[in-house]
Design a protein around this ligand. Structure first.
Ligand code: 5AD
Ligand code: SF4
Length: 457
């Protein structure tokens, strides 16, 4: 490189320091879903492009950020207790609350946690650089809380945590109004990205060496490219399956109402699309589904399950279930148990109903007691455990391709993940194995939550 170019670069660097002052350090902690995890990756990239350096301990940082979740009351309570813990580090530091609790509580956070200076919801992350300037210039209370944005938070600066598997947001916000759910209030209305920008990002990631991509959105099935004639979700995943270099494409979360047969057809026809669908049912009772404002009946849901069961690809199906929604009777609950028996899910995430601010269900009478919710969730989980044991035992003797995720020193086994999103821990006689590789593994044993096997040479 010619010396004049180096001198210019050094001068630019100095100038940069004159503007931003000495290099600032930030710490970020993230709670909640994959959307939050990926938002944090984008925030990290944005901060680093402004000359901030990431540190591992809040005590070492000038700026402490906390990306929060408010999906259930417990998650929200955690935020305020964690903010209290942070307080002992508060001297000389700036604190920021991001994410769903930021959006939901807004300026009230300043009252409950006066050491906080920045409150910014996910629909306003585009404004972060501008908010950071205000913070850097010494402003004590800065907010980004508007929900009326039409934009998505896209940035080429994203700092991804995992070198092999990357998240790509395709749609933000949610236009449904499920009666229990706070998301439409914390993440705003739906905004889809253009197919072109998604495919370009996927292509760039594949060139960088990523082999697995997970498409993210609160309701990916309602994805619709905003440009006329642009792809819907089924077409988008077909195009994703054609991106050179990608070996696996996943997506989450699906909504049964918008989950069309073309999605299953796309999975059938392209092995790059993983044979796993997470399709939250929430309840097996049509009358509870109606009260939840889910916009489908039990029969509608089961039709979608049938599409997947008839697929030649052995699609793993997982779901979310809420027990104890207001008015849920014993017979409603039994219909949920019957539904999990019929579907035979590969995994179920179950939750006790939690009352959330601003949601339609807040006004419903006939709340179910905490004890009863606990009783129901325990019965549900026990029943599902048996189903998972049986389903996973069905894999014994098969050979599955895994992507290696790492090595567990305690068990001296490699950790792998199958296309169906099952964890498959395995021994391997050959050397030279590393994270990110794809290997065939024979399944030898099965537990309710994972499989155990050995590498096939
Ligand atoms: N109470 C309990 N569970 C909830 N979920 C969303 N809102 C609530 C709530 N108020 C669950 C749903 C959703 C998952 C992400 O969290 O099952 O699919
Ligand atoms: Fe919440 Fe329903 Fe939207 Fe999912 S689809 S984020 S449960 S409102």
């Amino acid at each position: 490189m010619p010396t004049t170019v180096i001198k210019d670069a050094v001068r630019t660097l100095r100038l940069y320091n004159v503007i931003t002052g000495p290099m600032k350090k930030f710490y970020i902690e993230t709670f909640g879903c994959q959307m939050n995890a990926h938002d944090s990756e984008k925030v990290v990239g944005t901060l680093m492009s402004r000359g901030y350096e990431q540190v591992e301990e809040p005590g070492d940082a000038d700026l402490v950020l906390y990306n929060t979740c408010s999906i259930r009351d417990k998650a929200e309570q955690k935020v305020f207790s964690r903010l209290q813990e942070f307080k002992r580090h508060s001297k000389g530091r700036v604190f920021g609350v991001l994410g769903c609790v930021a959006q939901q509580e807004g300026e009230k956070i300043f009252e409950r946690a006066p050491h906080v200076s920045l409150v910014c919801g996910s629909a306003s992350y585009n404004r972060l650089p501008e908010l950071l300037v205000q913070i850097e210039s010494g402003q004590k209370r800065v907010t980004g809380l508007s929900l009326d944005t039409e934009d998505t938070f896209e940035t080429p600066l994203t700092r991804r945590d995992n070198p092999h598997r990357a998240y790509i947001t395709i749609i933000e916000g949610c236009d449904k109004s499920c009666a229990y759910c706070v998301v439409p209030f914390t993440r705003g209305p739906e905004r889809s990205r253009t197919g072109t920008s998604i495919l370009e990002e996927a292509g760039e990631l594949a060139r960088m060496g990523y082999t697995e991509i997970q498409l993210l959105g609160q309701n990916v099935n309602s994805y619709r490219d905003p440009t006329p004639g642009g792809p819907d979700f089924a077409r988008l995943i077909r195009q994703m399956g054609e991106v050179p270099g990608l070996k696996r494409v996943r997506f989450t979360t699906s909504h049964p109402r918008d989950f069309v047969k073309e999605i299953v057809d796309a999975i059938d026809e392209n092995p790059v699309l993983c044979n796993h669908v997470h399709l939250p049912v929430q309840s097996g009772s049509t009358s509870v589904l109606k009260a939840m404002q889910r916009l489908y009946t039990r029969d509608d849901y089961m039709r979608r399950i049938e599409w997947m069961k008839r697929s030649p690809r052995s699609i793993a199906i997982t779901t979310d279930i809420i027990v104890g929604f207001p008015g849920e009777t014993e017979s409603d609950f039994e219909q949920t148990l019957d539904l999990i028996d019929q579907v035979e899910y590969d995994s179920v995430f179950s939750f006790k109903y939690s009352r959330r601010p601003n949601t339609p269900a807040l006004a419903l009478d006939d709340q179910i007691s905490e004890e009863e919710k606990t009783r129901r969730i325990m019965i549900l989980q026990e029943r599902q455990r048996g189903i998972q044991m049986r389903r996973n035992a069905g894999y014994i003797g098969t050979i599955e391709e895994v992507m290696v995720e790492g090595f567990n020193k305690a068990t001296a086994q490699w950790i792998g993940r199958t296309s169906q999103n099952k964890t498959l821990n395995f021994n391997h006689a050959a050397g030279g194995i590393g994270a990110g590789q794809y290997l065939p593994v024979r399944v030898l044993r099965a537990g309710p939550n994972s499989l155990v096997g050995e590498g096939v040479n």
